[in-house]
Design a protein around this ligand. Structure first.
Ligand SMILES: Cc1cc2nc3c(=O)[nH]c(=O)nc-3n(C[C@H](O)[C@H](O)[C@H](O)COP(=O)(O)O)c2cc1C
Length: 214
Protein backbone atom coordinates (compact mmCIF):
# COMPACT_ATOMS: atom_id res chain seq x y z
CA UNK A 1 0.00 0.00 0.00
CA UNK A 2 1.41 3.38 -1.01
CA UNK A 3 1.80 6.06 1.65
CA UNK A 4 0.04 9.40 1.12
CA UNK A 5 3.33 11.02 0.06
CA UNK A 6 3.91 8.25 -2.48
CA UNK A 7 0.42 8.63 -3.90
CA UNK A 8 0.84 12.42 -4.19
CA UNK A 9 4.21 12.07 -5.87
CA UNK A 10 3.27 9.16 -8.12
CA UNK A 11 0.25 10.93 -9.58
CA UNK A 12 1.34 12.07 -13.01
CA UNK A 13 -0.68 13.08 -16.03
CA UNK A 14 -0.73 10.22 -18.50
CA UNK A 15 -2.03 10.64 -22.02
CA UNK A 16 -1.56 7.14 -23.43
CA UNK A 17 -3.78 4.35 -22.24
CA UNK A 18 -3.88 0.67 -23.20
CA UNK A 19 -7.02 -1.38 -23.87
CA UNK A 20 -7.17 -3.08 -20.49
CA UNK A 21 -10.57 -2.79 -18.89
CA UNK A 22 -11.26 -0.75 -15.80
CA UNK A 23 -14.17 -2.22 -13.87
CA UNK A 24 -17.18 -0.11 -12.92
CA UNK A 25 -16.38 -1.00 -9.32
CA UNK A 26 -13.03 0.78 -9.60
CA UNK A 27 -14.69 3.78 -11.22
CA UNK A 28 -17.12 3.92 -8.32
CA UNK A 29 -14.24 3.85 -5.83
CA UNK A 30 -12.59 6.75 -7.63
CA UNK A 31 -15.80 8.77 -7.69
CA UNK A 32 -16.41 7.97 -4.05
CA UNK A 33 -13.09 9.64 -3.15
CA UNK A 34 -14.52 12.82 -4.71
CA UNK A 35 -17.40 12.71 -2.26
CA UNK A 36 -15.03 13.22 0.65
CA UNK A 37 -13.51 16.44 -0.71
CA UNK A 38 -14.31 19.72 1.02
CA UNK A 39 -16.87 21.90 -0.76
CA UNK A 40 -17.86 25.52 -0.14
CA UNK A 41 -20.78 25.58 2.37
CA UNK A 42 -20.81 21.81 2.10
CA UNK A 43 -22.92 22.14 -1.04
CA UNK A 44 -21.52 18.81 -2.27
CA UNK A 45 -22.29 19.99 -5.79
CA UNK A 46 -20.04 17.64 -7.73
CA UNK A 47 -21.71 15.39 -10.28
CA UNK A 48 -19.76 12.98 -12.46
CA UNK A 49 -20.79 11.85 -15.92
CA UNK A 50 -19.01 8.70 -17.05
CA UNK A 51 -19.01 9.02 -20.84
CA UNK A 52 -19.09 5.52 -22.30
CA UNK A 53 -20.86 6.11 -25.60
CA UNK A 54 -18.31 6.37 -28.44
CA UNK A 55 -20.74 8.44 -30.50
CA UNK A 56 -20.83 11.07 -27.77
CA UNK A 57 -17.03 11.10 -27.58
CA UNK A 58 -16.84 11.50 -31.35
CA UNK A 59 -19.14 14.52 -31.17
CA UNK A 60 -16.94 16.08 -28.50
CA UNK A 61 -13.77 15.45 -30.53
CA UNK A 62 -15.42 17.08 -33.52
CA UNK A 63 -15.92 20.22 -31.47
CA UNK A 64 -12.22 20.11 -30.47
CA UNK A 65 -10.59 18.91 -27.29
CA UNK A 66 -7.20 17.66 -26.04
CA UNK A 67 -5.20 16.04 -28.85
CA UNK A 68 -4.88 12.63 -27.18
CA UNK A 69 -8.60 11.98 -26.65
CA UNK A 70 -10.01 9.39 -29.03
CA UNK A 71 -13.21 7.37 -29.12
CA UNK A 72 -11.71 4.71 -26.82
CA UNK A 73 -10.70 7.17 -24.13
CA UNK A 74 -12.43 6.65 -20.82
CA UNK A 75 -13.76 9.97 -19.61
CA UNK A 76 -15.31 11.26 -16.43
CA UNK A 77 -16.86 14.67 -16.95
CA UNK A 78 -16.95 16.64 -13.72
CA UNK A 79 -19.73 19.18 -13.34
CA UNK A 80 -20.53 21.36 -10.36
CA UNK A 81 -23.56 23.27 -9.06
CA UNK A 82 -23.00 26.93 -9.99
CA UNK A 83 -25.53 28.56 -7.66
CA UNK A 84 -22.97 29.58 -5.03
CA UNK A 85 -22.66 33.35 -4.37
CA UNK A 86 -18.89 33.60 -3.78
CA UNK A 87 -17.86 34.23 -7.34
CA UNK A 88 -15.01 36.48 -6.21
CA UNK A 89 -13.19 33.38 -5.05
CA UNK A 90 -14.61 31.07 -7.72
CA UNK A 91 -16.13 28.62 -5.25
CA UNK A 92 -17.72 26.52 -7.98
CA UNK A 93 -14.40 25.77 -9.65
CA UNK A 94 -12.54 25.41 -6.36
CA UNK A 95 -14.95 22.92 -4.84
CA UNK A 96 -14.95 20.87 -8.01
CA UNK A 97 -11.16 20.99 -8.18
CA UNK A 98 -10.90 19.62 -4.64
CA UNK A 99 -13.09 16.68 -5.68
CA UNK A 100 -11.09 16.17 -8.86
CA UNK A 101 -7.77 16.01 -7.04
CA UNK A 102 -9.20 13.51 -4.55
CA UNK A 103 -10.30 11.35 -7.48
CA UNK A 104 -6.89 11.59 -9.18
CA UNK A 105 -5.16 10.53 -5.99
CA UNK A 106 -7.53 7.62 -5.42
CA UNK A 107 -7.00 6.52 -9.01
CA UNK A 108 -3.24 6.62 -8.47
CA UNK A 109 -3.59 4.40 -5.43
CA UNK A 110 -5.58 1.93 -7.54
CA UNK A 111 -2.94 1.99 -10.30
CA UNK A 112 -5.19 3.81 -12.70
CA UNK A 113 -3.53 6.49 -14.80
CA UNK A 114 -5.30 9.82 -15.25
CA UNK A 115 -5.10 13.15 -17.00
CA UNK A 116 -7.05 16.22 -15.92
CA UNK A 117 -8.30 17.95 -19.06
CA UNK A 118 -9.78 21.42 -19.35
CA UNK A 119 -9.07 21.88 -23.04
CA UNK A 120 -12.73 21.42 -23.89
CA UNK A 121 -15.34 22.78 -26.28
CA UNK A 122 -17.51 25.74 -25.36
CA UNK A 123 -19.71 25.10 -22.32
CA UNK A 124 -22.98 25.64 -24.14
CA UNK A 125 -22.24 22.99 -26.78
CA UNK A 126 -20.79 20.48 -24.35
CA UNK A 127 -23.71 20.99 -21.98
CA UNK A 128 -26.10 20.30 -24.80
CA UNK A 129 -24.33 17.06 -25.75
CA UNK A 130 -24.19 15.84 -22.16
CA UNK A 131 -27.60 17.16 -21.12
CA UNK A 132 -26.15 19.28 -18.30
CA UNK A 133 -28.71 21.68 -16.80
CA UNK A 134 -28.12 25.44 -16.58
CA UNK A 135 -27.42 25.44 -12.86
CA UNK A 136 -24.33 23.27 -13.32
CA UNK A 137 -20.97 24.22 -14.87
CA UNK A 138 -18.78 21.77 -16.68
CA UNK A 139 -15.46 21.97 -14.88
CA UNK A 140 -13.13 19.43 -16.48
CA UNK A 141 -12.67 15.92 -17.77
CA UNK A 142 -10.68 13.24 -16.05
CA UNK A 143 -9.36 10.87 -18.72
CA UNK A 144 -8.31 7.60 -17.19
CA UNK A 145 -7.27 4.03 -17.87
CA UNK A 146 -4.51 1.50 -17.55
CA UNK A 147 -1.20 2.43 -19.08
CA UNK A 148 2.17 1.00 -20.05
CA UNK A 149 3.85 4.35 -19.49
CA UNK A 150 6.16 4.32 -16.48
CA UNK A 151 7.75 7.05 -14.40
CA UNK A 152 6.67 9.90 -16.59
CA UNK A 153 7.84 12.95 -14.68
CA UNK A 154 7.28 16.57 -15.59
CA UNK A 155 9.83 18.40 -13.43
CA UNK A 156 8.56 21.01 -11.03
CA UNK A 157 9.75 24.58 -11.51
CA UNK A 158 10.11 25.62 -7.90
CA UNK A 159 11.03 24.35 -4.48
CA UNK A 160 9.39 25.21 -1.17
CA UNK A 161 11.72 28.17 -0.55
CA UNK A 162 10.58 29.70 -3.84
CA UNK A 163 6.88 29.52 -3.13
CA UNK A 164 6.55 29.95 0.63
CA UNK A 165 6.42 33.60 1.73
CA UNK A 166 6.04 35.00 5.21
CA UNK A 167 3.50 37.78 5.86
CA UNK A 168 3.57 39.34 2.39
CA UNK A 169 3.95 38.27 -1.19
CA UNK A 170 7.67 38.34 -1.96
CA UNK A 171 8.09 39.59 -5.52
CA UNK A 172 11.88 39.17 -5.34
CA UNK A 173 11.37 35.41 -5.23
CA UNK A 174 8.94 35.31 -8.14
CA UNK A 175 10.98 36.00 -11.19
CA UNK A 176 9.33 35.89 -14.61
CA UNK A 177 6.22 34.17 -13.34
CA UNK A 178 3.80 36.62 -14.91
CA UNK A 179 4.19 36.93 -18.67
CA UNK A 180 3.63 40.40 -20.16
CA UNK A 181 -0.07 41.32 -19.97
CA UNK A 182 -0.33 41.78 -23.72
CA UNK A 183 0.81 38.22 -24.20
CA UNK A 184 -1.92 36.96 -21.82
CA UNK A 185 -4.55 39.11 -23.51
CA UNK A 186 -3.64 37.79 -26.95
CA UNK A 187 -3.63 34.16 -25.86
CA UNK A 188 -7.08 34.54 -24.26
CA UNK A 189 -8.38 36.31 -27.32
CA UNK A 190 -7.01 33.59 -29.62
CA UNK A 191 -8.61 30.83 -27.53
CA UNK A 192 -11.93 32.70 -27.45
CA UNK A 193 -11.94 33.11 -31.21
CA UNK A 194 -10.86 29.51 -31.82
CA UNK A 195 -13.64 28.13 -29.62
CA UNK A 196 -16.16 30.03 -31.73
CA UNK A 197 -14.77 29.10 -35.15
CA UNK A 198 -16.23 26.24 -37.18
CA UNK A 199 -13.95 23.24 -36.76
CA UNK A 200 -12.73 22.72 -40.32
CA UNK A 201 -9.90 20.22 -40.33
CA UNK A 202 -7.33 22.81 -41.45
CA UNK A 203 -8.30 25.13 -38.58
CA UNK A 204 -7.99 22.29 -36.05
CA UNK A 205 -4.65 21.25 -37.56
CA UNK A 206 -3.37 24.81 -37.32
CA UNK A 207 -4.59 25.23 -33.73
CA UNK A 208 -3.02 21.91 -32.66
CA UNK A 209 0.38 23.46 -33.29
CA UNK A 210 -0.23 25.77 -30.34
CA UNK A 211 -1.52 23.08 -27.96
CA UNK A 212 1.08 22.23 -25.36
CA UNK A 213 1.97 18.54 -25.64
CA UNK A 214 3.90 16.94 -22.84
C1 LIG B 1 -6.93 22.66 -14.54
C2 LIG B 1 -6.06 21.74 -15.34
C3 LIG B 1 -6.30 21.59 -16.69
C4 LIG B 1 -5.52 20.73 -17.46
N1 LIG B 1 -5.84 20.56 -18.77
C5 LIG B 1 -5.10 19.75 -19.53
C6 LIG B 1 -5.44 19.55 -20.90
O1 LIG B 1 -6.40 20.12 -21.42
N2 LIG B 1 -4.66 18.72 -21.64
C7 LIG B 1 -3.59 18.05 -21.10
O2 LIG B 1 -2.94 17.31 -21.82
N3 LIG B 1 -3.24 18.21 -19.78
C8 LIG B 1 -3.97 19.04 -18.99
N4 LIG B 1 -3.67 19.19 -17.65
C9 LIG B 1 -2.54 18.44 -17.06
C10 LIG B 1 -1.31 19.32 -16.89
O3 LIG B 1 -0.72 19.57 -18.16
C11 LIG B 1 -0.32 18.62 -15.95
O4 LIG B 1 -0.90 18.50 -14.69
C12 LIG B 1 1.01 19.37 -15.81
O5 LIG B 1 1.69 19.41 -17.04
C13 LIG B 1 1.92 18.74 -14.76
O6 LIG B 1 2.18 17.38 -15.06
P1 LIG B 1 1.77 16.21 -14.05
O7 LIG B 1 0.27 16.23 -13.90
O8 LIG B 1 2.26 14.96 -14.71
O9 LIG B 1 2.43 16.46 -12.74
C14 LIG B 1 -4.43 20.03 -16.87
C15 LIG B 1 -4.20 20.19 -15.49
C16 LIG B 1 -5.00 21.03 -14.74
C17 LIG B 1 -4.75 21.15 -13.26
Amino acid sequence: MMSLDEIIQNRRSVREFNNEEVSDEIVREIVQAGLFAPSACNVCGTRVIYIKDKQIIKRIIKLQTAHFINENTKILCIVYDNSGDNREYKETALSAAAAIENMLLKATQLNIATCWVANLPRQKFLKEILNVPRNFDIISFICFGRTNIKNKFVPRKYNVNDILYIDKFDTSKTINLAPPRLNVFLRRLARGIYLRLPKFSWIVKFARRFERKF
